[in-house]
Write a protein that binds this ligand. Structure first.
Ligand code: ADP
Ligand code: MG
Length: 728
């Protein structure tokens, strides 16, 4: 019999670094060349059309039909000049991936020839037959009409000779069926709320954009080895595998030299990313072997979300070109660091100021404090929403495992700012200081302009202030950051609206503006002490303390998702018009169904692999030992035989025990799955999978991993951890 594993290893060992086609010129010359960027629009659009698009981007103004036709014609001309033959509406359905349906520009003419054509109506709106996208019951299949509508704030781009037009995706009855629709609504809510708060500090701000700079972690594995691991191929993670004698304990991979094959892959995808206008900037090794990270310069949040989706897609396909397979799963290997996607987030005014950056003047510092405290208060109001919006079967393995923040949401701000907030908290009636400029000064500690102090960073916090932005670290590597961004921007918008109300109420009582602001901030700081945590988030003490503080620690997706159906969540989404009750229920259903399917598939793969791959090999090896013992018995005297066969006999028995345990657990797990599958109600079914099916995974794995240590290495069929993690 030929061993899959050795074949795969032989292929892997013979690989050389792939060739990279470097384009002519420097990145600055080809950056964005495949996007209908502002520069491309300038040269292809009439002045009127250009101004209309800009107004749509900056103020959300509508684009009328006549102008839409013009824009479509110009976009087509640009795309055709780049060799594009097809177009597609590109959107983010609730599956978590991206979707597209391609149509050709070409249409036949009467003269038996053909022309490239693209109408305004085709640009603005499409009706993909979307009946097989998840809708959580919103859209009955007999009225399978969902439609996509152009999002002019995210530039169209060309991939595979296809013009891709970023769009939202909604049902015929108007419910959102994607991530972009509620994201745009949340960003809009934040914009309005933040602008009205900025007005306390000056008249010049009329637009606030949320900014997002994500950091994407991922693993690479050679494709031949990947193919020899059905668990990786079918579930994205290894369901078995004894840990390697060496994994990350030497800590020599982090920031180490990037291997040559990987470097070729990185150069290749960076070229593609730059052509698509994705400003990727940093690349480095991560903590675990064969784990890497890439991060761009931050951008407006909606664009950054699209760029992250696009980048995940690029990573995947460019990896294949280099005979690697990309693993975006949050925990591909047990006992080794998982992958996350830090979401660095802030707010930027149209005047180019970062609202979370302490300013030079007293007025700017007070504004900074106001936004900082409101973000903390927002997280304090809805920690469970943030937790629910990062929940997934994959992330369950990471949150609470020892390298990632736990399922408890808390905020870290560092010693300097903690001191400032404590001073403000202790002193509700801040006295006015004599003015030394035209501005009034309050007795609050001075905030230095530069806060970025790497020594003061708490890497264990799920939500940390890092100098001029917050870093939301609990997001999973495979997740669409739209979700984290919907939750975060929504809760901050909602809180800023409340802040405005609270301050205005004091102003009506004739309190001075700055006094009123400080009074309200004082109250908020007091109200949100429980959410601030500066200690070690990975420690067991924190779990106990958090419980005392009334913070939840959800360890599984079904528990974390419960909050979404609660009154506070529904009312939050409703009053800010981000999602209505029907949409919330639909999304909950989809998430739960997703969870069920993931666990169901893993359970099936475990059963199949254990019964059909592992046990036959274990028995084969056992038979070899039995033969050996029989032979020894023939040639040796009784006493020597007793001494020399002892070890083999032990292994023979041990193998039998493991095999029988595996058989037994697989049978029980299959029964449990049958029970779960018969449950019609999603919530109950999800909990049954969580509580009755999933616990078998570890039990079965334990025995399989023991067998891996017993069975002859020559026979073992699955590539081992040391090979998956260390073979370049
Ligand atoms: P690290 O957290 O790895 O030490 P940095 O602090 O330099 O790295 O930045 C991490 C990420 O934060 C970068 O991807 C960057 O784009 C992003 N970032 C920086 N400033 C902002 C901002 N104002 N808004 C959003 N993201 C930002
Ligand atoms: Mg970071």
């Amino acid at each position: 019999m030929d061993n899959m594993r050795f074949k795969a290893l032989a292929v892997t060992m013979s690989r050389e670094a792939g060739k990279v086609d470097f384009p002519d010129g420097m990145p600055s010359e080809y950056f964005g060349s495949q996007t209908f960027s502002k520069a491309a629009m300038r040269s292809f659009l009439s002045e009127e059309a250009f101004q209309t698009v800009m107004a749509a981007v900056h103020t959300g103004a509508r684009i009328d039909r006549r102008i839409a036709d013009q824009i479509a014609a110009s976009m087509k001309a640009w795309a055709v000049s780049k060799g594009a033959t097809h177009y597609t509406h590109w959107f983010l359905p609730l599956t978590g991936s991206t979707a597209e349906k391609h149509d050709a520009f070409v249409i036949p003419t009467d003269a038996g020839k053909a022309i490239e054509n693209f109408q305004g109506s085709e640009l603005v709106q499409q009706e993909p037959d979307a009946s097989s996208f998840p809708s959580g019951g919103i859209r009955n299949t007999f009225e399978a009409r969902g439609y996509t509508a152009w999002d002019p704030t995210s530039p169209a781009f060309i991939m595979d000779r296809t013009l891709c037009i970023p769009t939202i995706f909604v049902s015929y009855t108007g419910e959102a069926l994607d991530f972009k629709t509620p994201l745009l609504k949340a960003l809009n809510a934040l914009d309005k709320a933040a602008v009205s708060v900025c007005r306390y500090f000056g008249r010049d701000v009329n637009k606030v954009n949320a900014t997002l700079g994500w950091e994407q972690e991922y693993f690479l594995v050679d494709t031949a080895l990947f193919m020899a691991r059905p668990d990786l191929a079918l579930t994205g993670r290894t369901l078995f595998g004894h840990s390697s004698a060496r994994d990350q304990q030497l800590e020599d991979h982090y920031f180490g030299v990037i291997p040559e094959r990987v470097m070729a892959f990185m150069q290749d995808f960076e070229i593609e990313a730059h052509k698509l206008g994705i400003p990727v900037r940093t690349r480095h090794n991560e903590v675990a072997p064969n784990q890497f990270e890439c991060a761009p310069v931050f951008e407006e949040a909606n664009l950054a979300v699209d760029h992250n989706q696009l980048l995940m897609h690029l990573l995947d396909r460019v990896a294949k070109r280099h005979h690697f397979t990309l693993l975006l799963h949050e925990k591909p290997y047990q006992g080794v660091n998982g992958s996350g996607k830090h979401n660095n987030w802030s707010m930027m005014t149209n005047t180019g100021e970062n609202l979370l950056s302490p300013g030079k003047t007293y007025r700017n510092n007070l504004r900074f404090l106001a936004f900082l405290v409101n973000v903390i208060k927002a997280v304090n109001n809805y920690p469970d929403l943030l937790r629910a919006y990062i929940a997934s079967a994959g992330n369950d393995h990471r949150l609470g495992a020892n390298e990632a923040p736990p399922g408890i949401i808390s905020v870290f701000i560092g010693a300097q700012l903690s001191k400032t907030l404590e001073a403000l908290e202790k002193n509700p009636n801040m006295k006015r200081m004599p003015a030394n400029t035209s501005e009034m000064r309050h007795d609050i500690p001075k905030i230095p302009e530069i806060l970025q102090d790497n020594t003061d960073r708490n890497r264990t916090s799920p939500f940390a202030f890092t100098g001029n932005k917050f870093e939301f670290r609990a997001v999973g590597s495979s997740q669409n950051c739209a979700k984290a961004m919907i939750a975060l921007n929504l809760i901050v918008a909602d809180q800023l609206i409340q802040f405005k109300k609270d301050v205005d109420a004091l102003l009506e009582k004739k309190m001075k503006k700055e006094d009123a602001i400080i009074r309200v901030l004082h109250k908020y700081i007091q109200e949100s002490t429980r959410i601030r945590f500066e200690g070690n988030n990975y420690g067991d003490e924190w779990i106990k303390e958090a419980l005392q503080r009334g913070l939840n620690n959800f360890n599984s997706t079904p528990e974390a998702l419960e909050f979404l159906l609660s009154e506070p969540a529904i009312s939050l989404f409703n009053r800010n018009r981000v999602l209505n009750e029907k949409e919330i229920h639909a999304r909950y259903e989809i998430e739960m169904e997703n969870y069920i399917k993931k666990i169901q598939i893993e359970s099936r793969v475990i059963g199949d692999l254990a019964s059909n791959h592992i046990i036959p090999i274990a028995i084969k090896y056992q038979n070899m030992l039995v033969e050996n013992v029989k032979g020894l018995k023939e040639v040796l005297d009784v006493k020597t035989f007793g001494k020399l066969s002892y070890n083999q006999l032990n292994i023979i028995t041990e193998i039998s025990e493991h095999v029988s345990n595996i058989n037994h657990f697989v049978a029980e797990m299959t029964e449990a799955r049958k029970v779960a599958n018969a449950i019609p109600e999603t919530r109950e079914k999800a909990y049954t999978y969580l509580e009755q099916v999933k616990p078998f995974f570890e039990k079965i794995r334990y025995h399989v991993d023991r067998l891996e240590m017993l069975v002859d290495d020559e026979l073992w069929p699955l590539p081992k951890y040391r090979e998956l993690l260390f073979v370049k």
